[in-house]
Structures are given as C-alpha cells and as structure tokens.
Design a protein around this ligand. Sequence first.
Ligand code: 2AM
Ligand code: CA
Length: 273
Amino acid sequence: MSIPIGVSGKTALEVAREAAKIAGRLAKERFEGEKGIRFKSPGDVVTEVDTQAEALIFGLIREEFPNHTLVGEESAYDVRADEGYAWIVDPIDGTRNYSVGLPIYSTVVGLALDGEVLVGVNYDPERDDLFEAERGSGAYLNGKRIHVSKKPVLKDCIIGFDLPYSDVGAQYELDMLAQAVWPNMGTVRAIGSSALGISYAAAGKTDIYFQHRLSPWDMVAGILLVEEAGGIITDRNGNRATLYSDGIIASNSRLHEEFLRLTEGHDWRLPTT
Ligand code: 2AM
Ligand code: CA
C-alpha cells in the first residue's frame, strides 16, 4: 500500500508530525488562558482552541494533499473516514481535561486509505511526547522504538480504560470491569484521553487498554501504533479493530485472550444506542 508524498515533497508522516506539533503547541500556549468553553452535549465539551487547532491542521494538510478527504472531530465529523485517502484529525483528545486545566490531552493526526491506517501521530504537548507510526515501519515514541507489554497474565497488569461521556454504556463498562475483571487484575488507570490511553498501551507503559463508544479520530493513531508495536487491537468481540469499531481492546495476544474470556457474556457487549 503506497504512502503518498505531498506537493512539496514531504512524506505523509512528516506532514502529520508537523501538523500535530503545531496544533499541540497552540493548545499548550492557550492552556492557562480563556479557552471559550461550551458543551456540545452533556459531558461533551469543546473549546475555541479545538476549532482553531483543527482549522490549522486542515490548512497544512490541504496545502500538501489537496485531493485527500479531511475528517475531524469539530468541523468534519460526518465525513466518511474509510473511503479513499482520508486524513483523520482530533485537534485535542481529552478536551474535558483540557477545559478544566488537567494537563492530559494530545493532538491526533492520521492518514488512512480505504479504512486501513497508513500513518498515525499522537502528540502530547505537555510532555513533548511524540508517538508515531508508519505502516510496516514500527512504532516510535520520541524516536525510540516501542513495543506492547510482554506480561502474560492480567493479575500483574495495569489496565487502562476511559468512559464514554454521559452514556449508559459507561455503567455497563464499569460494572463489567468490577465483576469480571477486577478479581483477576493488578490495577486500573482512567486518564481521560483515549488517544493517550491507547498510545501508552502501545508503548507497554500500561498492559491493556479498553473503551467503547469511540470515534475514528480517537482511535486512528492508536490502531496503527498498537499493531506496529507488535500488539493486537480488536473490537469487543475480538475482531480486528476498524476506524468504526464500537470500542476497542488493545494489548498483547495473551492478555487479549484472557480479557475476552473474562468479559464474555458481560453487559458491555450489549449494543447501547
Ligand atoms: P475527546 O476528549 O476528544 O472528546 C475520555 O472519555 C476519552 O474518550 C476522550 O478521549 C474522549 O474524546 C473520548 N470519548 C468519550 N466519550 C466519547 C464518545 N461518546 N464518542 C467518542 N469519543 C468519546
Ligand atoms: Ca477525541
């Protein structure tokens, strides 16, 4: 699958990296100031910075790849991300954190061809952490190769997860976690950014990550990072994750099997529309 080159000769990865860094730095500069916060729906917050950062990223991509589709959480959320070359952008993942001054958020830029992710970048401006991957070339954090956890059993593990906004699904998820997984695991972390949560699992900092009700821009970089870091990332039923999976589980294959076995038949598998 060929990874395209931009008008000026930059690679898609270079463009994704540059765009994520510029937007992430804008978010960081505005972190202390007035951000223009409003609620899109209960629990789902957006700031003026999200909108500005997305416009900035789209502008940079459009200059290099004028014929590609642009998909973004704020201004182009209803555009299909799995047809042709599509750039998928989350200007600030973890907006709820960002809006209240919790410094746990990141900027996601990915490129997919017919739904197969080719390039994925996740930039955390607070720690200057750059997670990036190109299909077939491995996953990297700040230039160093990363790998998923090697742990074989959940008993020793840190499980990362996040909850959907005010959604009844969150109750199922917590219930499932408490009943099925809790007695068999180490400990849990919920950091409020699924893009960072998946990236930390790709880097083996946590051992497994799960969440349902995600959107293509939350997952685009994570799907590629986990696969290029030697892990597996699936939907709740164990099928390979796509940009439109209703939730994901990311880990190594042994932990994955154990997690799917433990959660089999639990309510979080029920459709919750
Ligand atoms: P956001 O910050 O970009 O809105 C925390 O709950 C994490 O899950 C964040 O990454 C948040 O993305 C994402 N998230 C929460 N509820 C979601 C929903 N219903 N659909 C898509 N993403 C969601
Ligand atoms: Ca997001």
